[in-house]
Design a protein around this ligand. Sequence first.
Ligand code: SAH
Ligand code: SF4
Length: 365
Amino acid sequence: MSQPVEKILQKKYIDKDDIRLLLSLAPAVSAGLFKHSHEVKTLQVGRKVFFRGLIEYSNICTKNCFYCGIRKDNQRYSRYTLSDEEVLEAALYAYENNFASIVIQSGEQSSKAFTHTIDGLLRKIHKETKGQLHVTLSLGEQTEDTYKRWYDAGAHRYLLRIEVSNPALYAKLHPDDLRHTHKARLEALSLLRKSGYQVGTGVMIGLPFQTISDLADDLCFFRDLDIDMVGMGPYVEHEDTPLWEYRNLIPPVADRVDLSIKMVAILRIIMPDINIAATTALQTLDSNGREKAIYAGANVIMPNLTPVKYRDNYLLYENKPNVKDQPDETRKSLEKNIRAAGDEIGYGEWGDSRHYKNRSSEIAK
Ligand code: SAH
Ligand code: SF4
């Protein structure tokens, strides 16, 4: 490891300039960084990876984010919503296979009917799994009442990516209207914390117009917000979106993968006890991407449990992997790869963020 890098890694507080330097390391010399973050992970959260079974509930979305394949104006996909039975079947698969935890994700909807259905589903899942299956929601921006209602119905965690922490960049990636504001996204994150959830956020890496300095700010943002969980991965271009036009401005695939792994490694070092996901987008660009992220510091993985017949219509980005794999195949191959990397799967454990637990016990003191 070069001397400046070693010096940074020994610091008590790694600041934004240090992070910029680490993010700029050439791939050939980043091995030292990954080795260090791997040691931090081993020491702080152990060598366990937790499964969150992913249920892609509906691809109906009222928003029009410029990067996303299922944006409202994209006519290519037929729109679907899973039935209660389909959601329950997937949840029970997770329960019976000891995943201990699921994520329900969807395009953003806020009708009364939607709010009510999710409430009912949460209660059914709680009942059928005797309160043993933890539920994370990833259903976009909602009102404080809705967040509270779903929390009371049994949801424990909520994922809402800030997408990019720089408000000017956020404005370039979204329509200029009141439904797509950076301010509302920030407010939603604070409402979620207030409502009692373990809160997760995240960003996309390698977007057009995004700089290394933006990415360093993103990591500082997670730290300033004292976030419990992070899911971040590379931006993957999609032909049916407005951002496709700027595809020549994004870093090549190998660089986006390398940057994403570095973001995971640095985050593990600056926030040692949070949960960090190895995302599917990473696997899209590199078949070994998730395993690399796990080595560098990630400790959560989200195997897809959406019924296979719907998956072709939930393409947030192109070339999404495993769209044809049945849950059993996915589980077995993940098991094999995680064990080969020397980690074990935290079957039967909720795998709550230690950061959240530590913070809650601080407050109780
Ligand atoms: N509608 C909800 C949840 C579904 S979208 C929400 O927006 O919060 C989940 C995530 O997919 C988004 O937060 C975004 O970061 C990611 N995503 C969308 N399009 C993407 C793309 N082209 N490449 C990589 N990630 C993308
Ligand atoms: Fe809808 Fe989420 Fe995609 Fe934005 S990122 S268009 S809110 S599904």
